[in-house]
Design a protein around this ligand. Structure first.
Ligand SMILES: *Cc1c(COP(=O)(O)O)cnc(C)c1O
Length: 475
């Protein structure tokens, strides 16, 4: 049978190298120069379609032309989440070692689903999960976990596991509790899993944005009196809005007493366990049944890598194992973990590699120092704001998040007007493209929110952004 060489989808050795070097050069150049670029991108649907809309290309284009087009048109229309002036959402500071590790994992197209796909990849996932179990004082021997695409998938995996362990097949009477500050991915997971609205209790938070314990206890007691089954509580260790850590110790003892699964969503803040004060702040986290950590946030990994840890690895296997005839030859023996049995995905990227290589390269100490720095910088920003006659701190520096608003001393401005001004400050900052700074709502007020987890963000960056904000406020 005759085969056209191009139909093998191959490049020559020289072509691969030349193309690869160009890609590496572009990435390295971006890392070196990102600070000089604007972090904010824009582009309407119409503008983007004009750039990119085309019919499926039947014929080839030279690889370098495709790359040129992408570098010219795609990258500039992308927010730079690792930019020192990217303050919004949860930034993605990333690191070059992990970026290259991802390239290796993809380059060798390593199948991380089952043991026989790559015994080394499976073992590195076990080893790195064990590092994390130990960090959070989970039981290393009995415990387990899995890397996921992100925090949302980790939360979904956790809730599916909690339901299986606590409810078995019948979850018609099961009730789940979370606070009004819990991340929306938890509600999404609850919906995906098929819980009805009546099975979800959203508990109000107190003035500090923490789970209101009294209201929680009332809700649990009432549900029990109605013959329902309180089965799962989702606590946040680091809410996305304010960085607030729920009272984990107290929640853990309620859960223990009531036989409720405690899931801690630490996608934003659990990484603070590495900091000087984090262990104190996160006390009780070790009592969670399951914990979401999100290395592509505050553990400085590029997208995508999330992580779920559980106290007993058998819970995952008991929830996700299905016997499939086409997988029978790769089941292996008991000591060999098939991660497809521990989560939702079968075919998986080798996500553990980047975490492994970056921690080995920089050393955990560098991660600790970076997180300490982030927390201290946020505290300094708070001190700076409190000294100013222009700014009002709405939620103090908490795990590298601070919320504030423009509210000059001595001027009578209505709340509605203040909301409008702060909304406009953010809109103008975005329009200037110089900083990514958006608002959130806290207790009915529009506030500016900064999340300072980038170790390359300095006080000078923040000050220049505040000056920009003040300039817009005066306009
Ligand atoms: C970011 C975040 C999530 C979602 O994680 P993704 O990686 O974006 O899917 C869940 N919970 C909290 C608290 C978060 O901050």
């Amino acid at each position: 049978m005759k085969q056209d060489p191009s139909s093998r989808l191959e490049l020559s050795g020289k072509e691969m190298q030349d193309f690869g070097y160009r890609v590496v050069d572009a990435v390295a150049e971006h890392f070196a120069s990102q600070e000089e670029k604007n972090p904010v991108a824009s582009g309407s649907r119409k503008e983007m379609e004009e750039l990119f809309s085309e019919t499926l290309p039947e014929d080839p284009t030279p690889a370098n032309d495709v790359l040129d087009f992408v570098l010219k048109n795609v990258m500039p229309h992308t927010n730079i989440m690792s930019h020192p002036k990217s303050y919004s959402f949860v930034p993605g500071p990333s690191n070059y070692i992990s970026v290259m590790s991802d390239t290796l994992a993809t380059g060798f197209n390593i199948f991380s689903g089952g043991w026989v796909g790559s015994p080394a990849a499976a073992t590195i996932e076990i080893v790195t999960i064990n590092w994390l179990l130990k960090l959070f004082s989970f039981q290393v021997k009995k415990g387990g976990g899995i890397f996921t695409s992100g925090g949302s998938m980790a939360n979904l995996t956790a809730l599916a596991t909690a339901r299986k362990v606590k409810c078995g097949e019948d979850f018609s009477k099961a009730v789940i509790y979370l606070s009004d500050q819990a991340h929306s991915s938890n509600i999404k997971a609850i919906n995906i899993l098929g819980f009805r609205k009546e099975q979800v209790r959203i508990i109000p938070t107190d003035m500090e944005f923490k789970f209101s314990i009294n209201k929680l206890k009332n809700a649990i007691a009432r549900d029990k009196l109605e013959g329902l089954q309180p089965f799962c509580l989702i606590a946040s260790s680091g809410t996305t809005n304010t960085g607030t850590i729920d009272p984990l110790d107290e929640l853990a003892s309620i859960c223990k007493k009531e036989n409720i699964w405690l899931h801690v969503d630490g996608a934003y803040g659990a990484a603070a366990i590495l900091s000087k004060n984090g262990k104190k702040l996160l006390k009780g986290i070790e009592k969670a049944d399951s914990l979401t950590v999100d290395p592509h946030k505050w553990l400085f990994q590029p997208y995508e890598i999330g992580c779920l840890l559980v106290q007993n690895h058998k819970w995952l296997k008991g929830t996700f194992s299905e016997k499939a005839t086409y997988l029978r030859d790769i089941e292996g023996n008991k000591s060999e973990i098939n991660f497809y049995d521990h989560g939702i995905e079968l075919t998986r990227n080798f996500r553990a590699l980047k975490f492994y290589m970056s921690v080995k390269t920089f050393g955990l100490k560098a991660f600790r120092n970076a997180i300490d720095y982030n927390i201290e910088l946020t505290e300094q920003v708070e001190a700076e704001l409190r000294q100013s006659t222009t700014w009002e701190v709405i939620s103090p520096a908490t795990l590298a998040i601070i919320n504030f608003r423009y509210h000059p001393v001595g001027q009578k401005i209505t709340d509605r007007k203040l909301d409008q001004i702060n909304q406009r400050i953010s809109a103008k900052v975005l329009a200037s493209k110089e900083a990514l700074l958006v608002t959130t709502m806290l207790q009915g007020q529009v506030v500016l929110r900064m999340c300072l987890i980038n170790p390359r963000t300095t006080m000078e960056h923040v000050k220049s952004t505040l000056e920009l904000c003040e300039k817009f406020a005066r306009e």
